[in-house]
Design a protein around this ligand. Structure first.
Ligand code: FRU
Length: 501
C-alpha cells in the first residue's frame, strides 16, 4: 500500500474514447462504484471509491482515491485500501466514510470475509497516502441479534456532542433498519438501537447517511466533525436521512427530526431517478452539504470490458432546504467555471415546430432553458430538448419537461444505434407548477444530468454511436422555451489527452 502510483498512462490510453466523460470523475481504468470517504481536509477534497483495479467489472473491492482543490479537477492517488486481512476484509473493503479524528484522517469501512461483514478502521497521516489497519479491527465484529451477517454494512460516522455517532445499514428477516452506534474514540462502539426502521421485508438500506441540514451558515471553517457537531446542537428538526435501497435501487431521502436517537421523517422523495446510486453527503469546510453519487453503466458487460472502464461520479451537488422545508439539489457553484464558449438559444413556441440549433455542435455542454406553459389549454404542455442528436435525427436523447404535471423525463429510445444498451425512459417528479421551470442539462458524452429548478434531478447514461451525434433541437407542445443559453464545457482531463497524431 502507498507505493508510488501514476495512472497517467492508463488515463491517457482511455482518454478520447467515445463515451469517456470530459468533466465527470471516472476511474483511471477498470471498475468504480460507490463514492466513499468524502472529506475536505486542510482545504483539499478527497474522494475515495469502490474500485476493482484489475477489471472493469465488480469484484475484489479496493478503495481507490483521488484528491482535488475544486471538486472538478482530480489527481489520482495511490490505492488506499486493499482487501488483505484474513477474518476481517480479505474478500473486500466495502463502502464507508472518512472523519477527522482531531487531525488524524480516519477511514471507517465494512470489511467482508467469508460472507460476513464487520466494521473496520484505517488510520492515515497528513499525506493521505499511508493507511494502517489497526490491530483493534474489526471495531464492530458482529451485528445485533436478528440482523443478517452480510447485510450489515456501509458505516457513516459523524461527531455528535462529545463523541462519535455511526449509522450502519442492516436487514433482518422482516425489515430493513438503520442501526445507531455511539463511541468516544472510534474504537469501542456501543449499539444504541435502530434510528430508523423501514418495515418492508426484502428491502436492504445500503449506504445510509444522516446529516444536519438547516441553519448552517457559510464560511465558518472547521472540519467535517466540528461543523456537524455544531449543527447537531442547533437543528434537531432539520435532518436529512439518505438510503440506497435494494432491490429497486431507488435512492430515497427523508427530511425530518433527529432526537433521542430516533429519526422521524416529515417529507420524503427520490434524490435522483436515473442511473444514480449510493451517494454520500459530507459537510465541507465552508459548511455546505456536498453530495457525490455513483452513476452506473447502462451498457452490457462486454461493452464495459471493451471500453476498459466502468462507472463514474455525478457532478458534486449542494443540498439545502428552501423556506418551505423542501430539499434543493444543485450542482456546486464551482461547476460554472467549466463554461467556455457561450451561445444563445432561440425562443421556441408551439407554432415553431422543431427548431434545429446550429451551434454548438458538442458532446460536452451545459444547456439552460426556461420552460413556460402557454395559454392554449392543451394537454400536455411539454418542451422537448434534444441533445446528442445526429444531423438526420436518427440518434438523439430527448429531455422532456412538463411543468403542469411536474415531470422531467429522459427518453433514451433513440439515444443509441447499439441494441445492447438500456433504453427505458427515466422520469423525475417535482410539485406541478404554473410557473416557468428552469432546466439545467449537462451533457458529457455518455452522461445526461438534468436539474429542474433544483427540485428534481435525473442522471442518465446514453451511448451514441455516431461521431456527429452532437447537435441540439428544441420543440414544444403547449409550452414555450422562453430563453436559453448553451455553453461548451471545458475538459478537466486535458492533461491526459492523447498527443495529436
Ligand atoms: C452499494 C454497495 C454497498 C457495498 C458496496 C460494495 O452499491 O452494494 O452496500 O458496501 O456497494 O461494493
Amino acid at each position: 500500500m502507498g507505493a508510488p502510483y501514476d495512472p497517467t498512462d492508463e488515463r491517457t490510453a482511455l482518454a478520447g474514447g467515445p463515451h469517456r466523460p470530459a468533466y465527470h470523475f471516472a476511474p483511471p481504468t477498470n471498475w468504480l462504484n460507490d463514492p466513499n470517504g468524502l472529506i475536505q481536509f486542510d482545504g483539499t477534497y478527497h474522494l475515495f471509491y469502490q474500485h476493482n483495479p484489475a477489471e472493469p467489472v465488480w469484484g475484489d473491492i479496493h478503495w481507490g482515491h483521488a484528491r482535488s482543490e475544486d471538486l472538478l479537477h482530480w489527481t489520482d492517488e495511490p490505492i488506499a485500501l486493499e482487501p488483505d486481512s484474513p477474518n476481517v476484509d480479505a474478500d473486500g473493503c466495502f463502502s464507508g466514510c472518512a472523519v477527522d479524528d482531531d487531525g488524524v484522517p480516519t477511514l471507517v469501512y465494512t470489511g467482508i470475509d467469508d460472507d460476513r461483514a464487520r466494521q473496520c478502521l484505517a488510520i492515515g497521516d497528513e499525506t493521505f497516502r499511508r493507511w494502517e489497519k489497526p490491530s483493534v479491527n474489526p471495531v464492530v465484529e458482529t451485528p445485533p441479534p436478528g440482523v443478517d451477517r452480510f447485510d450489515f454494512r456501509d458505516p457513516f460516522v459523524w461527531r455528535e456532542g462529545d463523541g462519535w455517532s455511526m449509522v450502519v445499514g442492516a436487514a433482518t428477516e422482516s425489515d430493513s433498519r438503520v442501526l445507531l452506534y455511539r463511541s468516544s474514540d472510534l474504537r469501542e462502539w456501543e449499539y444504541r438501537g435502530a434510528v430508523f426502521v423501514d418495515d418492508r421485508p426484502d428491502v436492504m438500506w445500503e449506504c445510509p447517511a444522516l446529516v444536519a441540514l438547516g441553519g448552517r451558515g457559510r464560511g465558518r471553517g472547521g472540519d467535517q466533525g466540528r461543523s456537524q457537531s455544531r449543527s447537531w446542537n442547533q437543528n434537531r428538526d432539520q435532518y436529512l436521512m439518505l438510503g440506497s435501497l435494494l432491490p429497486t435501487r431507488a435512492v430515497r431521502y427523508y427530511v425530518g427530526s433527529y432526537a433521542d436517537e430516533r429519526f422521524e421523517p416529515r417529507r420524503e422523495g427520490i434524490l435522483d431517478a436515473g442511473d444514480f446510486y449510493a451517494p454520500q453527503p459530507f459537510v465541507d469546510e465552508s459548511g455546505r452539504i456536498v453530495l457525490v453519487g455513483w452513476v452506473e453503466e447502462a451498457r452490457a458487460e462486454p461493452a464495459q470490458r471493451a471500453a476498459g472502464w466502468s462507472g463514474l461520479m455525478a457532478l458534486p451537488r449542494e443540498l439545502s432546504l428552501d423556506e418551505d422545508g423542501r430539499l434543493r439539489t444543485a450542482p456546486v457553484d464551482e461547476v460554472r467555471r467549466l463554461r467556455e464558449l457561450e451561445y444563445e438559444l432561440p425562443a421556441v413556441g408551439p407554432e415553431d415546430g422543431t427548431v434545429f440549433v446550429d451551434q454548438p455542435r458538442s458532446e460536452t455542454i451545459e444547456l439552460v432553458a426556461t420552460v413556460s406553459e402557454t395559454d392554449t389549454g392543451t394537454e400536455p404542455s411539454t418542451a422537448s430538448l434534444s441533445v446528442l442528436r445526429s444531423p438526420d435525427g436518427l440518434e438523439e436523447t430527448v429531455v422532456r419537461v412538463d411543468p403542469d404535471r411536474g415531470t422531467v423525463t429522459v427518453d433514451r429510445s433513440r439515444s443509441s444505434d447499439d441494441p445492447a444498451v438500456e433504453t427505458h425512459e427515466q422520469t423525475a417528479h417535482f410539485e406541478p407548477t404554473a410557473d416557468p421551470v428552469t432546466v439545467r442539462c449537462f451533457v458529457d458524452r455518455s452522461v445526461v444530468e438534468v436539474y429542474a429548478d433544483e427540485r428534481a434531478c435525473l442522471t442518465s447514461r446514453v451511448y451514441p454511436t455516431r461521431a456527429d451525434s452532437t447537435g441540439i433541437a428544441i420543440s414544444t407542445d403547449g409550452a414555450s422555451v422562453d430563453d436559453g443559453t448553451v455553453w461548451e464545457l471545458a475538459s478537466v482531463w486535458d492533461d491526459f489527452a492523447p498527443s495529436p497524431a
